[in-house]
Ligand binder design. Structure first.
Ligand code: ARG
Length: 388
């Protein structure tokens, strides 16, 4: 019997995929990566089996996700089109990597995924799979079957007794991991409408967010966040903690018209409190500790890095080379950044680093100024000479 390993999320699409693949005569092995989704592993396993899976693998990959994927993107300041911290995009290559491992272990000739023909995730998963295991055959049921809307999938699920949580009035497509939540579809497709309250997943709408300023300190060592308010924590716990703190202050929601890889513009709403907090604090520490030329080049690298991740080219040589550059720049990114959160804002209130390039003796407008003012006239003369 032909074996297929399906990247299973527990959502509507992949649940329908199980029964569709079974009907095509496949033995279906589900693989779920736990990157911090809404479903518990026990729940996932139950749903997969109920939907017809022959075997289920669930791996907790939060730590690998945090240290090998999220951290690289954080140090690279990778944000797509100014508003997307790439939470879904960063998870795909990791899922592909383990999907390929399970297929090898199971000696399966096929892998399958539940991505749509219009989205980025098909590109990311398939590029990664092709790079890591060129011989594997890839099946994408959503590009083949005739269930063309989420409504028709819900009908199909009901007819095939597939357990689903979605219903017709809450029709958003949601992808969630520790780095963020992506929400699309439903009323978000109407650009003249503010996102409805039922599109909020875990971040508090501003009107319901807490009414006081919340102060937090984050310590970084060589670009790696390692303490919150002086307490040492691993990266997964730091992200989970900041998600909680940020969410109650309404921090981290963005609403973006984004350019998909295949050329469609779409609207997506994201919730990523921890990611925004860490990006804000990390960039602040870089502005204190890196020289201006490195900062300027790093901005270009960030843009490229974000595009690369968005386009599914994680396993490319270029990404590795960019990482080598970014890693070197993190040598001095050590110190503490303090900020306060209030009604969706993250406001920096403290900067401290033994590598700070800020020197009050030079910068001050007060007494004890060590700056030699007589040098400026000559400097400007030389600096302006070519233009004169
Ligand atoms: N647009 C985002 C991306 O390309 C998220 C895709 C998945 N979104 C979703 N709502 N299921 O990374």
């Amino acid at each position: 019997m032909r074996k297929v390993v399906l990247a299973y999320s527990g959502g509507l699409d992949t649940s329908c995929c199980i029964s569709w693949l079974k009907n095509k005569g496949f033995k279906v092995i589900c693989f779920s990566a736990n990157l911090g989704s809404e479903f518990s592993p026990a729940d996932l396993r139950k749903r997969a089996v109920k939907s017809g899976a022959d075997k289920v693998y669930i791996k907790d990959l939060k730590k690998e996700f945090a240290y090998d994927y999220i951290l690289s993107a954080l140090c690279a300041n990778a944000v797509y089109e100014g508003k997307y911290v790439l939470s879904t995009a960063l998870g795909r290559p990791l899922i592909a990597k383990h999907l390929v491992e399970v297929a090898k272990k199971e000696k399966a000739g096929f892998v399958a995924h539940g991505c749509t023909a219009k989205g980025n995730d098909q590109v990311r998963l398939e590029l990664s799979i092709k790079i890591l295991s060129p011989g594997l055959k890839i099946i994408a049921p959503l590009r083949e079957w005739d269930l063309t809307s989420r409504e028709s999938e819900i009908e199909y699920a009901k007819n095939n007794k597939i357990p689903i949580k979605t219903n017709k009035n809450k029709i958003y497509s949601i992808d969630q991991n520790i780095w963020g939540v992506s929400v699309e579809g439903g009323s978000l497709e109407d650009l003249d409408k503010e996102p409805a309250l039922n599109s909020y997943v875990f971040v508090k709408p501003l009107g319901m967010s807490i009414n006081k300023e919340v102060y937090v300190d984050i310590e970084f060592i060589k670009g790696v966040p390692c303490k919150i308010n002086g307490r040492k924590m691993d990266l997964v716990s730091i992200i989970e903690k900041l998600n909680k703190l940020g969410a109650q202050c309404g921090v981290g929601r963005t609403d973006l018209i984004e350019d998909r890889v295949i050329g469609i513009k779409s609207r997506e709403v994201y919730e990523a409190p921890a990611a925004w907090i860490l990006h804000t604090a990390h960039r602040e520490l870089e502005s204190l500790t890196l020289d201006k030329e490195t900062l300027a080049l790093k901005e270009l690298i960030s843009l490229k890095y974000a595009q690369l991740v968005y386009q599914g080219l994680w396993f490319s040589g270029l990404r590795e080379s960019l990482d080598a550059f970014v890693n070197k720049t993190q040598d001095r990114v050590t110190g503490v950044i303090g900020f306060k959160m209030y009604k969706g804002n993250v406001i920096i209130v403290k900067r401290d680093s033994s590598y700070a390039l800020y020197n009050k003796k030079f910068a001050t407008y007060g007494d004890n100024d060590k700056f030699d003012r007589s040098l400026s006239r000559g400097f400007i003369k030389l600096f302006g000479m070519p233009y004169r």
